[in-house]
Design a protein around this ligand. Structure first.
Ligand SMILES: *Cc1c(COP(=O)(O)O)cnc(C)c1O
Length: 413
C-alpha cells in the first residue's frame, strides 16, 4: 500500500515530535510563565521586530504550549497555520471583527450556533450588513451577493436541525468572486471533513467539543487553510501586508484578534485539549457509528415523529453529507410524537445524561425549545425548525447496545 503520509490517528498522536520538546519529555509541558526573558536585549528587541523567530514576548499572544497545540491543529486541518483562542466564540468573534469593516456585507447560513447568531446582532450594530440565507442551496448565497460582500460563513452540520450547506458549490462561488469563505467545522472536526477541500480560506473549530472531547477545557482555533489569496482582501491592514502574503491573514488574526482583543487560551487548557485530541480519530469513529445506529433505531420507533441525522437516506442533504464527510457525525435530533411523553421519557434515561454541551465522551440529551432556545422565542424557533418536542442528542462513545437498550427502555415507559 503506498500512502503519501501517515493516517490521521497516527499523525495526531505523534504531532508533538515535529518540534522540540524540552528535556526529552514525551509530551509538551505546560508553560505557565506570562513573561519571557532574554540574555541579550537585542534578542528582546528582535522578538518585537519579528527578526527572532519562534519566540514569545507575553503570553497573551501565545506560549510554547499553545504554539504546540496550534501546530497540531494545523496538521489536522492540513493548513498553513493556526491561532488559538480562549473559546470557540473567542475564535469566531476575532475572525469577524478583524476581517470585516463597517459597510461590508457578511452572508451567513440561517442555521448557526446561538452565540454566533447573537454576535451577528453586534456586527450589525457596528455597521456590518448580515444576510442570513438558507445555505443548503448555493443559489440563495448567489442571490444575496453584493459588491460589498466580503465573507460567507457556514457551519458544516447545523445544531440542532443537522442541516448541511451546499459546501462545494458555495466554495466555487466564493472562489469565483474572490470572497473569503469561512467554515465553522466544530461538529464535523478535521477528522470528518477538511474545509480546504471546498476552498474555504479559514476553518474555525470550537476546541471545547469533540476535539478535546472530554468536556474539561474551553478553547477555539482559526486555521488558515492556505487556499485564499489575502492580496485580494481589502481588509488586511497596511501593518500586516508585509512578507509572505500567505501569512497576512494569520498575522492579523494574531495581532488584532489575540493581542488587541485578548481572548487568549491558557497553557493549562491547551495541554488538556492536546491530550484529548490524541484520541479524536478513535472517539469520532465510535460516536459517529453509535449515532448512525441510534438514528436508525429512533427512525423506526412508534413514539418518534421525525429524526434529523445526515446519515439517514431520508435526510434532505444525505447526498451532500455523503459527498463531503467521512461519517455523518455524533449529532442528531429527534421529535416526539406526543409532547407530554417527552420529559418523562428523558427522565427515564439511565446512561444518557440530561445535560447542556456537546461533543463529550458521554451521550448528552437536552429538550431544545424550553432550554437553549427558550430565550429566542417562538418566532425564531419556528425559523430554525425547533419544534416543542425536539430533543438534541450528542452521542458519546459508550457501547452501542447499551445506548440502544437505554433509549429503548426510556421510550417504552
Ligand atoms: C459550541 C460551538 C461554538 C462555540 O464554542 P465555545 O467553545 O463554546 O465558545 C461555535 N460553533 C459551534 C458550531 C459550536 O457547536
Amino acid at each position: 500500500m503506498s500512502r503519501d503520509k501517515p493516517g490521521l490517528a497516527t499523525r495526531i498522536v505523534h504531532a508533538d515530535r515535529h518540534f522540540g520538546v524540552e528535556h526529552n519529555a514525551i509530551r509538551k509541558p505546560i508553560h505557565n510563565s506570562v513573561q519571557y526573558s532574554f540574555d541579550k536585549v537585542e534578542d528582546l528587541i528582535g522578538v518585537f521586530q519579528g527578526t527572532v523567530k519562534n519566540a514569545f514576548n507575553y503570553s497573551r499572544t501565545g506560549t510554547p504550549t499553545t504554539a504546540a497545540l496550534e501546530a497540531k491543529l494545523t496538521q489536522l486541518e492540513e493548513g498553513v497555520g493556526s491561532v488559538c483562542y480562549a473559546s470557540g466564540m473567542g475564535a469566531i468573534s476575532a475572525t469577524l471583527l478583524t476581517m470585516l469593516k463597517a459597510g461590508d456585507q457578511l452572508i451567513s447560513g440561517r442555521y448557526v450556533f446561538a452565540g454566533t447568531n447573537s454576535l451577528f446582532g453586534t456586527m450589525r450594530d457596528l455597521g456590518i450588513e448580515v444576510a442570513m440565507v438558507d445555505t443548503c442551496n448555493a443559489a440563495n448565497v448567489e442571490a444575496a451577493l453584493k459588491p460589498n460582500t466580503r465573507m460567507v460563513f457556514v457551519e458544516t452540520i447545523a445544531n440542532p436541525g443537522t442541516e448541511v450547506p451546499d459546501l462545494g458549490a458555495i466554495g466555487e462561488l466564493c472562489a469565483r468572486h474572490g470572497i473569503l469563505f469561512v467554515i465553522d467545522n466544530t461538529i464535523t472536526s478535521p477528522a470528518l471533513f477538511l474545509p480546504r477541500r471546498v476552498k474555504a480560506g479559514l476553518s474555525i473549530n470550537s476546541l471545547s467539543k469533540t476535539i478535546s472531547g472530554h468536556g474539561v477545557a474551553l478553547g477555539g482555533v482559526v486555521t488558515d487553510t492556505g487556499v485564499f489569496d489575502w492580496q485580494t482582501h481589502p481588509n488586511i491592514s497596511h501593518d500586516y501586508r508585509k512578507g509572505d502574503p500567505r501569512l497576512w491573514g494569520l498575522q492579523q488574526l494574531r495581532k488584532k484578534g489575540l493581542r488587541d482583543m485578548g481572548a487568549s487560551l491558557s497553557s493549562d487548557s491547551a495541554s488538556q485539549i492536546g491530550i484529548g485530541a490524541e484520541t479524536l480519530a478513535l472517539r469520532i469513529k465510535q460516536s459517529s457509528s453509535n449515532a448512525m445506529a441510534l438514528a436508525k433505531f429512533l427512525q423506526g420507533h412508534p413514539a418518534v415523529k421525525r429524526v434529523n441525522y445526515p446519515g439517514l437516506e431520508s435526510h434532505p442533504q444525505y447526498a451532500l453529507a455523503r459527498e463531503h464527510f467521512s461519517a455523518a457525525s455524533w449529532l442528531l435530533s429527534f421529535e416526539f410524537k406526543d409532547l407530554p411523553e417527552m420529559l418523562p421519557a428523558m427522565n427515564r434515561l439511565q446512561i444518557a445524561s440530561r445535560a447542556t454541551g456537546m461533543g463529550d465522551t458521554r451521550t448528552l440529551v437536552i429538550p431544545v425549545a424550553p432550554s437553549i432556545y427558550y430565550e429566542a422565542g417562538p418566532e425564531a424557533r419556528a425559523l430554525m425548525n425547533v419544534t416543542d418536542g425536539l430533543v438534541r442528542v450528542s452521542v458519546g462513545i459508550e457501547e452501542v447496545d447499551d445506548l440502544l437498550d437505554d433509549f429503548d427502555q426510556a421510550l417504552r415507559g
